[in-house]
Design a protein around this ligand. Structure first.
Ligand SMILES: NC(=O)c1ccc[n+]([C@@H]2O[C@H](COP(=O)([O-])OP(=O)(O)OC[C@H]3O[C@@H](n4cnc5c(N)ncnc54)[C@H](OP(=O)(O)O)[C@@H]3O)[C@@H](O)[C@H]2O)c1
Length: 270
């Protein structure tokens, strides 16, 4: 079996190696999964670096440490005490999480950590389905609870890094729930890509020259948010930051300790 491993903390591009290793023994309540895809999350790389944004630095054992927490693949073996009612069988396509050390050819995980994948979801999507969806739903719940109950109807969400994996999910989940979303990305190229992939709510490029955006001129932001104080250059990061700090607004982050790649700004309806 192959695995991707690091033996100390530091720059992932210098430290990560592919190594051969023996297969792990299968426990009575575990399943073995032949891995087809395991995503590279920003948090995985923070772990390799030992960044404070990861939290407590990961422990590296004598055989090194394999990053990764989720993935997808085919069930290849089932422990003797796995509940038959779960319907797990060899050959079943599944997503799995949590599975520390998922950057390897095969993982051994508790039966409760696998989720069967329907035919409509390919492995490469299933592999990144669980962490990001849980993160997006948690961020939405946190944002919801940060707004006083009598102001929750008709909020507008200002979503930064809207083209990121979690940002795309946040935009879709919020729109499906009838929440108005304004999506911000850095570049106009990124805005065009996002508009093609997920058309719908307005998208603005914060690095675009003042007065320009993909979906319309700055006044559109003012109209969309009504009492928004963003006026002079709503597409610039500076005015956005002051707007976020305005009264009655709150921001959330998908990874509070990391850079604020994902945040939402909520305001009551006019
Ligand atoms: N706590 C958790 O459980 C959890 C789970 C998942 C994700 N997260 C966190 O959520 C964040 C996003 O993860 P992801 O997987 O969605 O990331 P991703 O798909 O790799 O996308 C990263 C995004 O960050 C944007 N970005 C990078 N530097 C930026 C800056 N200086 N200013 C504004 N935007 C910037 C990029 O914009 P461009 O496209 O313009 O380059 C891109 O949209 C990360 O911080 C990650 O650690 C946390």
């Amino acid at each position: 079996m192959r695995r991707i491993v690091h033996h100390k903390l530091g720059d992932p591009s210098e430290l990560l190696r592919v190594e051969e290793c023996p297969s792990e023994a299968l426990g009575a309540n575990q399943v073995r999964v032949k891995v087809s895809f395991a995503p590279i999350h920003p948090g995985d790389l923070l772990g390799v670096m030992g960044s404070p944004a990861f939290g407590t630095p990961p422990t590296i054992g004598p055989d090194g440490r394999v990053p990764g927490f989720e993935g997808a693949g085919l069930v290849s073996e089932i422990g003797p005490r796995v509940d038959q009612n779960l319907g797990l069988r060899p050959g079943l396509r599944v997503a799995f999480f949590p599975a520390p050390g998922s950057w390897r050819d095969e993982v051994v995980v508790p039966a409760g950590s696998v989720t069967p994948l329907p035919d409509t979801i390919p492995d490469e999507i299933g592999a990144q389905l669980l962490i990001n969806t849980a993160t997006a739903l948690t961020a939405i719940r946190t944002a919801h609870e940060s707004v006083p109950p009598d102001s929750r109807a008709g909020v507008v969400v200002l979503l930064t890094a809207a083209g990121s994996a979690v940002g795309r999910l946040l935009g879709k989940l919020l729109t499906d729930r009838g929440v108005k979303v304004i999506r911000l990305v850095r570049s106009e190229v990124g805005a065009e890509k996002l508009a093609e992939l997920l058309p719908g709510s307005p998208i603005f490029a914060t690095d675009a020259p003042a007065g320009r955006s993909v979906q319309g001129p700055p006044p559109r932001v003012r109209r969309f948010t009504s009492r928004s104080t963003v006026s002079a250059a709503p597409c610039s990061a500076t005015s956005l930051t002051s707007w976020l700090k305005g009264p009655g607004r709150s921001s959330i982050s998908a990874h509070l300790a990391a850079r604020r790649a994902i945040s939402g700004c909520l305001r009551p309806a006019p």
